[in-house]
Each structure stands twice: as structure tokens, then as C-alpha cells.
Design a protein around this ligand. Structure first.
Ligand SMILES: *C/C=C(C)/C=C/C=C(C)/C=C/C1=C(C)CCCC1(C)C
Length: 238
């Protein structure tokens, strides 16, 4: 079935959901091409960072292709593909923090700490959304996931990463700050999607919203936005 058929035949909300999977896939592809092609115009120092930006959007593009198909075939959320995508791309975003702070003396331990926290956040989120969606326990797994999320926010805003950014100063500090805002505000979109898509005391608050649309919008903002911040940093410090 192609997307145009679905848009004509399906109910309006299904059209919107399918459309956001489709447009998400295209946007991720376009961003990947942009990052990969611009990579070699930068010096050694920034090339890896731009490569990682491209990998994040490329991995997402491939998953969006499958998620779109899964959604069109089954009419239900592609939870498994969603979390496989995240478990690959979110740690890569943690790597970005490490890479831009490396020159300021960041240790690998900072990277592993962020990766560990993000893995806890996503595994508990998957357990809640995939296994406890409607048995009244989703909130508990969401809460544990949220605690790991706040630990990440703490580390980058006020912990070791923040101190390194302050000591680096200039364009690096500015870029770090912007990435911090992405994590605080942009990543906060995801728990809203989770609450819209699982049963709990919060059911109804986000009643009119669709989980997949929220996640898709969040991914576009965060994955492409993150990459562009890193790209801008490389341009500024050329
Ligand atoms: C590219 C994908 C990104 C940046 C995904 C980020 C996902 C999150 C920050 C998810 C967070 C969640 C919570 C904080 C609580 C509820 C469960 C999650 C996994 C949706």
C-alpha cells in the first residue's frame, strides 16, 4: 500500500500519524546527506562530531522507514523499532557531549556515565511502554526512567560536564549550553508522548494527542537540532 492510498482511505488521525513517519524519514535522510557531505570541509578536530551527527539521523531514517511500514501494516505503534532506534541514537548523542568537551579535558568516564544513564532511561521506558502499557504499572517504570533522565540533566547542566564546558569557554561553552537546552526542553517531549500512550493516573491529560506523533516531532527536533548545533560549532571554530 502506498502512502497516497492510505491518505485517501484512512481515517484523518491515521493520515497524520503515517504522514509524520513519512516526513520524519525524509527529513532524517536529508539531514544525513547534509552532515555526511559537509564532513570533509572541516578539520580533524570536528570531523568525528559531524560524522556522529550524520550517523544519528541516518540510523533514525532507516528505522523510520520500517516504523512507517509497520504502522501502515498493523495500525499499532512500532514500539520495538522505536526503542531499537533510541538505544542506538541516544547514546550517540551522549558521545557528542563527550566529543565537544574532549579538548577541555573530558574523560571517557563522562561519556560512559551518560551512556549508562540513557540506557537505564530507555530500558525502563521500554519495559513500561512495551510490557506494562495497560496494567496500571506503566507510571512506575516511567518514573524510574524519569529519574535517570533527570540524572542526565543534572550531569550536563550542573555536574562535571558543565564545569568542563565553563573551563572551555567560547564557542564550545555556547554549544554545550544549547545542547543542554535541547535535553531539558526537547527531550521532555518524550515523557509527554509516553503519558499520552500508556494507561495511568495521568490518562486523559494528554488524551487528544497521539504518542507516535509526539515522538516523531520530538525526534525531528532533537536529532536534527542536535546535529545542527554541532555543525554550527564546527563552523564557528573553523
Ligand atoms: C533521538 C531520540 C531521543 C533523543 C530520545 C529520547 C528519549 C527520551 C528522553 C525518553 C524519555 C522517557 C522518559 C523520561 C520517561 C518515560 C519513558 C521515556 C523512555 C519515553
Amino acid at each position: 500500500m502506498n502512502i497516497l492510498n492510505l491518505m485517501i482511505e484512512g481515517a484523518p488521525i491515521e493520515n497524520l500519524i503515517t504522514f509524520t513517519f513519512f516526513i520524519g524519514c525524509m527529513a532524517m535522510m536529508a539531514a544525513s546527506v547534509f552532515f555526511f557531505l559537509s564532513m570533509n570541509s572541516f578539520g580533524e578536530k570536528w570531523r568525528t562530531s559531524i560524522l556522529v551527527s550524520g550517523l544519528i539521523t541516518f540510523i533514525a531514517a532507516v528505522h523510520y522507514w520500517y516504523m512507517r511500514e509497520y504502522y501502515m501494516d498493523t495500525g499499532s505503534s512500532p514500539t520495538f523499532f522505536r526503542y531499537v532506534d533510541w538505544i542506538l541514537t541516544v547514546p550517540l548523542m551522549c558521545v557528542e557531549f563527550y566529543l565537544i568537551l574532549k579538548a577541555a579535558g573530558a574523560q571517557k568516564s563522562l561519556m560512559w556515565k551518560l551512556i549508562l544513564l540513557s540506557t537505564i532511561m530507555l530500558i525502563t521506558g521500554y519495559i513500561g511502554e512495551g510490557l506494562h502499557n495497560d496494567d496500571g504499572q506503566a507510571w512506575l517504570w516511567g518514573l524510574i526512567s524519569g529519574i535517570a533522565y533527570f540524572a542526565i540533566v543534572y550531569e550536563i547542566w550542573l555536574g562535571g560536564a558543565a564545569k568542563l564546558a565553563a573551563s572551555a569557554g567560547g564557542a564550545v561553552q555556547a554549544a554545550h549550553k544549547t545542547l543542554c537546552w535541547f535535553v531539558l526542553v526537547g527531550w521532555a517531549i518524550y515523557p509527554i508522548g509516553y503519558m499520552a500512550g500508556t494507561e495511568g493516573w495521568y490518562s486523559g491529560i494528554f488524551g487528544g494527542l497521539d504518542m507516535d506523533v509526539i515522538y516523531n516531532v520530538g525526534d525531528a527536533i532533537n536529532k536534527i537540532g542536535f546535529g545542527l548545533v554541532v555543525y554550527q560549532l564546527a563552523v564557528d571554530s573553523k
